[in-house]
Design a protein around this ligand. Structure first.
Ligand SMILES: Nc1ncnc2c1ncn2[C@@H]1O[C@H](COP(=O)(O)OP(=O)(O)OP(=O)(O)O)[C@@H](O)[C@H]1O
Ligand SMILES: N[C@@H](CCO)C(=O)O
Length: 322
């Protein structure tokens, strides 16, 4: 259960008058989710999602909300933020920043097939292109600087073999970030957390990407790696499923062709994607914010994925025929 900040229909009825959404008719807390408090709300005008931001500040939020609006205006399927009469997308509710966005149809596809991976790959490429001229810059707040800060904090909790893995991977990724190959990678706003539970499908039809609150500017290839590491694996073992990998990468490449530098960096980025989520899961597991409310995600899942990406041959990002 993750409704950290309760909101009653009475609270909502007052607050919603600043929007052109008619009267509030219903509000229902959404139990899943570990970062924010989310509600489905119904007004005279339709159904929406109300999010209260528990960890992000009023300064950080314009990037996410304006990015979603920018993408929605360019035909990328994402929730459209709703502005108040004054044009504000972010408004205080119970002293915390909050926003209303449109509700996507459908549900998450937790057992994706190649057809779903292809749809996600194509939309991800469209998203990268559409976001390229987005004017606000905000770094990926879980990028290399955060990883360098977080690794020493979680290090004391690790076994000797995991200490060695983490230290070696941090050194490897820091060295790569200084390389010419890294400098050639295309960079822009990315989702950075495009897991199965952050995409909606109606049957096989993709209806939208959501949960942009880890988005930031980073390499496009890192976004692809994070997405492949979640959508195209056997969840028990973390091993890549070749058919789903090909479907996602080929669909992306068809919309926005990968470059030679990206091909060269591919395995390293798959490792970086695994490292980022291993670290955040280790942090949440060993230093929980509120132990009563949250069941932390298993860090072992991304430790396995990291080891596999280091040890196993990586499928090519694209083939000359692709
Ligand atoms: N725009 C939307 N349209 C439809 N459903 C939504 C929308 N936004 C959120 N939801 C629903 O709310 C749930 C929680 O939202 P979300 O994943 O954004 O929360 P979170 O706390 O940021 O979670 P996470 O643990 O993934 O970071 C989603 O699984 C989804 O069912
Ligand atoms: N996708 C993240 C949770 C934060 O959104 C994880 O699986 O660790």
């Amino acid at each position: 259960m993750a409704v950290f900040t309760p909101v009653t229909l009475d609270d909502l009825s007052h607050w919603i008058t600043q929007f052109d959404l008619g009267k509030a008719l219903a509000i229902k807390g959404i139990p899943s989710g570990i970062e924010n408090t989310n509600f489905f709300i119904t007004t005279e005008f339709g159904e929406y999602v109300l999010t209260i931001f528990e960890n992000l500040s009023f300064e950080q939020l314009p990037f996410y909300l304006n990015l979603m609006r920018h993408l929605a205006e360019r035909g990328v399927l994402v929730p459209a933020p709703i502005a108040t009469h004054q044009g504000n997308l972010i408004n205080a509710l119970h002293g915390k920043p909050a926003a209303i966005v449109s509700k996507l149809e459908g549900s998450s596809q937790m057992k994706p097939q190649a057809v779903h991976c292809a749809a996600v790959g194509a939309m991800l490429a469209r998203m990268h292109i559409a976001a390229e001229n987005f004017p606000i810059r905000q770094p990926n707040l879980r990028g290399l600087a955060w990883r360098n800060e977080t690794a020493p904090i979680v290090m004391p909790y690790l076994s000797d073999s995991n200490k060695q893995l983490l230290a070696e991977e941090m050194a490897f990724q820091n060295a790569f970030a200084e390389s010419d190959t890294y400098r050639q990678l295309q960079n822009g706003p990315i989702h950075a957390d495009l897991f199965r539970n952050n995409v909606m499908f109606n049957g096989d039809h993709l209806t939208g990407f959501f949960d942009f609150y880890f988005a930031g500017c980073d390499t496009w290839l890192f976004d692809v790696a994070v997405t492949v590491n979640d959508w195209c694996i056997d969840v028990e073992t973390g091993v890549l499923d070749q058919e789903r990998v090909r479907a996602m990468l080929d669909a992306y490449h068809h919309v926005r062709p990968f470059t030679a530098a990206e091909q060269a960096a591919w395995q390293t980025m798959l490792r970086a994607g695994a490292l980022r989520f291993w670290l955040s899961r280790l942090y949440d597991f060993h230093l929980p914010r509120d132990a009563e409310m949250l069941t932390p995600h298993d860090p072992g899942h991304f430790e396995r994925i990291l080891r596999l990406r280091i040890e196993q041959a990586t499928p090519p990002l694209f083939t000359s025929a692709g």
